[in-house]
Design a protein around this ligand. Structure first.
Ligand SMILES: [Zn+2]
Ligand SMILES: [Zn+2]
Length: 377
């Protein structure tokens, strides 16, 4: 090998190191991906193939009502309920902040306005591939408006009923209810969704009450789940001891508004959960609640960080909370735009207004941030 040739090889190596190891370039390609309207999670996978593939379930605090966003590990979005119509602007901005650009499916669990009130706005805002509703009608303007929106968008309604599977990549989603088409109470028509990802299971009950729970118990022998979104906002008309014992969850989520007129969640329900050692997370107290799951471990964090075990420090979900947003003492710095996180001494730190601070790597990853390839935090 001549000296000249050796020098050339050395130069080529140096050049490729510079290009390959430069995170500002990686950040740039993320910005490009955003412009090309690639869904949030595929962006993440493209930029960091070694990052854990996460299922995310967002219990969105829209006051008294339900709105649950599921982001599959493959980047598909599924929305279960959309709260009251009044809360639609909040819901839409939350979805946009999560990088939602289209929805693989929306589910209106049952025709009460605290579940389907915002659904028309959602369908008018995002391209929706499928709409699931249970086989029941309701005499309300909200419900009629929803049907009209579905018709105008030339969408067909798929029936939500026991045993129907929701096609999603890498994630199993199936309706466990309604198992009947003849209930007295509208709540019992609720579409109940079971999600399975790896070793973890999540049960989302809509407003299903004890009659529906009994039918689920009869139809399924294995109802064990890591997390249950309690039926009917934690009302005592749901969550019978037999049902809770069969599900045996570690966490129970209550979606309700602060000081709601129904007294949700009811004391009887909270007492039963306490007795069984089930941890409770509530949107009225905790704000938005986020579950991140890699198929083995379930992490729960919340906007206000109350009440949640397994989280050593309060974790901020987004900029709305004062927690952790401007705290320079935290060890890691996230870039709200590129959703990457860096060591404080990284050469490619984001501008001040785009910074979010994390105490540790796990906290950053749980919130959907990927490590910078340059400083490798
Ligand atoms: Zn209801
Ligand atoms: Zn409800």
């Amino acid at each position: 090998m001549t000296a000249r040739f050796r020098l050339m090889v050395l130069l080529i190596c140096l050049f490729s190191l510079l290009v390959g190891g430069c995170s500002s370039r990686a950040d740039l390609s993320q910005e490009e991906a955003r412009r090309e309207k690639v869904p949030a999670f595929s962006r993440q996978e493209q930029s960091s193939p070694s990052a854990p593939v996460l299922l995310k379930i967002h219990f969105i605090d829209i006051g008294q009502g339900d709105a649950i966003l599921i982001q599959s590990p493959q980047g598909e979005n599924l929305l279960i309920d959309a709260g009251e119509k009044d809360a639609a602007p909040k819901l839409l901005s939350y979805l946009e902040a999560q990088g939602v650009e289209k929805l693989a499916a929306v589910i209106g669990t049952h025709p009460h306005s605290d579940h389907i009130g915002g659904l028309s706005e959602v369908i008018n805002t995002f391209p929706v591939a499928r709409v699931y509703l249970p086989a029941v009608t309701h005499n309300s303007r909200t419900f009629e408006e929803l049907l009209l929106t579905i018709k105008n968008k030339e969408l067909k309604v798929s029936k939500a009923s026991q045993g129907v599977k929701i096609p999603l990549n890498g994630l199993q989603a199936v309706f466990l209810a309604p198992g009947d088409e003849n209930y007295e109470k509208l709540n019992n028509y609720s579409a109940v969704v079971e999600l399975r990802y790896g070793e973890n299971t999540f049960l989302l009950m809509g407003d299903a009450e004890i009659e529906s729970e009994e039918q689920i118990l009869q139809a399924y022998s294995d109802l064990k789940a890591n997390v249950i979104k309690l039926g009917h906002h934690g009302s005592s008309s749901s969550s019978s001891p037999a049902f809770l014992a069969a599900v045996a969850p570690q966490y129970a989520i209550v979606m309700c508004g602060a000081d709601n007129e129904y007294g949700h969640p009811h004391q009887e329900t909270l007492a039963a959960l306490k007795k069984m050692g089930i941890e409770v997370c509530r949107t009225d107290q905790d704000g938005n609640i986020l579950i991140s799951c890699d198929g083995r471990k379930v992490d729960i964090s919340s906007e206000r960080g109350n009440n949640i075990s397994g989280s050593p420090k309060p974790q901020a979900l987004n900029d709305k909370t004062s927690v952790a947003v401007n705290d320079e003492s935290k060890d890691l710095i996230g870039n709200k735009k590129t959703r990457k996180f860096h060591r404080p001494d990284c050469k490619t730190l984001p501008e001040m207004q785009n910074r979010i601070f994390f105490s540790n790597r796990e906290q950053a990853i749980a919130q959907g941030y990927t490590p910078c390839k340059s400083c490798n935090p």
